[in-house]
Design a protein around this ligand. Structure first.
Ligand SMILES: [Zn+2]
Length: 348
């Protein structure tokens, strides 16, 4: 019996030694160590033996099991290691090769200017509010002091979608009306509402039927024109440089009284005169004013108790001035050569 076991052991170990891959090792394991394998079969003869013989034979069987398991494991580890080394070699990285350039996008410069405005206003406690671009006549005109037939509507001719009640908003001021109505005349308002506006304009280098406004509104107790001037001055200094000087000229808007146009000293020539400021030393950047009594009343605020100011900047105009862009259409075409120049990482 002992010889038989030794012979089997020799036979198995030879086969293991000759095995060429993991599959063969796995098959050999099943064949010899499996339930129906010869080693297990030998175990079944135990019951035919005497106690002493059982002891010896048991040891013999353990030996062969151990030897076969060990041989199979060693061979398996060897194959696995070889496979891993092969894989590592095939996936090795040559760090001396030039890197692949990964194209990264850059934001539209207009978005960047809007974000700059938002940062400054948020630091001053303003909320940023959004509103519908498809607007009702009531919010776009009537509540803002422009009843039907008012001649000033001509300057804001826009695209009507349904009769003369639904239109693409001609400014972002209707958001202000909506916020005031929502606050029901009892809460103060401090918002900016950057967004797209539309007017029936023929597109050229300085006009676009779609443009972006950054309008703001404050309604509170005891707000005066001097507050407006102070706020706008701080904002312009933050956006265009600390040495920026502001100037306010009387103007006319339907929803504010008094109304002003806001100029800043030219950031390019510092007031001496250049082509950006058309040699005047000043650049107009927007309009503003103290909120008209009728607007306050129409939106639910008692003008005897509440007052406020509103202002509006043209985002495209600010971006064109700040970055020396001379055609407004640059913002809306898809020419990557133009946006690439304003990669955020380089601008900041
Ligand atoms: Zn200038």
């Amino acid at each position: 019996m002992k010889e038989k076991v030794e012979k089997l052991k020799k036979e198995i170990l030879e086969k293991v030694a000759k095995a060429k891959d993991l599959k063969i090792i796995s098959d050999l394991r099943v064949e010899y160590l499996g339930k129906k394998g010869p080693i297990n079969e030998l175990t079944s003869h135990m019951k035919e033996l005497s106690t002493d013989e059982k002891k010896d034979f048991g040891k013999l069987l353990n030996d062969i099991k151990q030897a076969v398991t060990e041989a199979l494991d060693n061979k398996k580890n060897k194959f696995e290691e070889e496979e891993l080394n092969k894989k590592l070699a095939s996936e090795s990285i040559d760090i001396t090769l030039p890197a692949t350039k990964i194209p990264t996008g850059s934001p539209n410069i207009l978005e960047k200017v809007i974000e700059d405005f938002e940062d400054v206003f948020m630091s001053m406690g303003y909320d940023i509010v959004d509103g519908p671009e498809l607007e009702e006549d009531r919010f776009n005109f009537e509540l803002l002091g422009l009843p039907k037939g008012h001649p000033a509507r001509d300057a804001q001719d826009t695209f009507y979608v349904k009769d003369d009640e639904l239109l693409l908003r001609s400014h972002t001021s209707p958001v202000q009306a909506r916020v005031m109505l929502a606050k029901k005349g009892i809460e103060p308002v401090r918002i900016i509402c950057p967004g797209k506006a539309y007017r029936r304009d023929d597109d050229d280098a300085t006009h676009s039927h779609q443009f972006t406004q950054i309008e703001g509104l404050i309604v509170d107790k005891n707000i005066k024109l001097s507050d407006l001037k102070g706020t706008v001055t701080v904002i312009c200094k933050r956006l265009f440089g600390n040495d920026t000087v502001t100037r306010f000229r009387p103007s006319y808007y339907q929803f504010t009284e008094p109304s002003v146009e806001m100029d800043i000293s030219c950031f390019n020539c510092k007031g001496k005169g250049c082509n950006i400021c058309k040699n005047s030393g000043w650049i107009t950047i927007g309009g503003a004013g103290v909120v008209h009594y009728d607007v306050l009343r129409g939106c639910g605020y008692d003008p005897e108790k509440w007052s406020g100011f509103a202002f509006g900047f043209g985002a495209e105009r600010c971006a064109m001035l700040k970055y020396g862009i001379n055609d407004i259409r640059t913002f809306y075409n898809t020419d990557l050569r133009e946006t690439k120049n304003f990669d955020r990482r380089e601008v900041e």
